[in-house]
Design a protein around this ligand. Structure first.
Ligand SMILES: Nc1ncnc2c1ncn2[C@@H]1O[C@H](COP(=O)(O)OP(=O)(O)OP(=O)(O)O)[C@@H](O)[C@H]1O
Length: 148
């Protein structure tokens, strides 16, 4: 099944939103397939955001991501990349609908609490970057209650 990479950014960790965010993905019916609290250094953060290296906000973005520990997660499920982005909400919290994570918990684009892969291909690359170790393999016993 499809997988995505979701990262709770340092502000989300500091503000005690880890449980709330994980709970939203769990309750939706997605499966947690990787989880770690990790502090990353500048070169790692630059690799994660390499596609944005030409943007004027790049250095500030990297400073933000290395400012404290983050929670890196892998989620699995049908259409989890696209649906995960919907659960997260628009990049700028001013545009994020209420009911989304950024709509409910964020105000500023540079403090928007969470990252989610924007395509299946980015998810594959990001999971490989953040989880070089073999992922834990498990199946939920609730599967047939969630999927037809
Ligand atoms: N104009 C901006 N000013 C400051 N920070 C920005 C700006 N645009 C984007 N960012 C930061 O860079 C991150 C990555 O930007 P991107 O355009 O990839 O948005 P996104 O895909 O919604 O976010 P993410 O990759 O974090 O899920 C944003 O989540 C935000 O934290």
């Amino acid at each position: 099944m499809e997988q995505t990479f979701i990262m709770i950014k340092p502000d989300g960790v500091q503000r005690g939103l880890v449980g709330e965010i994980i709970s939203r993905f769990e309750k939706k019916g997605f499966y947690l397939k990787g989880l770690k609290l990790i502090s990353v250094d500048r070169s790692f953060a630059e690799r994660h955001y390499a596609d944005l290296s030409a943007k004027p906000f790049f250095n500030g973005l990297v400073d933000y991501i290395i400012s404290g520990p983050v929670v890196a997660t892998i989620w699995e499920g049908k259409n989890v990349v696209t649906t995960g982005r919907k659960i997260i909400g628009a990049t700028n919290p001013s545009d994020s609908a209420p009911g989304t994570i950024r709509g409910d918990f964020a105000v500023e684009i540079g403090r928007n609490v969470i990252h989610g892969s924007d395509s299946v291909e980015s998810a594959r690359k990001e999971i490989a970057l953040w989880f070089p170790e073999a992922p834990v393999n498990w199946e939920s016993s609730l599967h047939s209650w969630i999927y037809e």
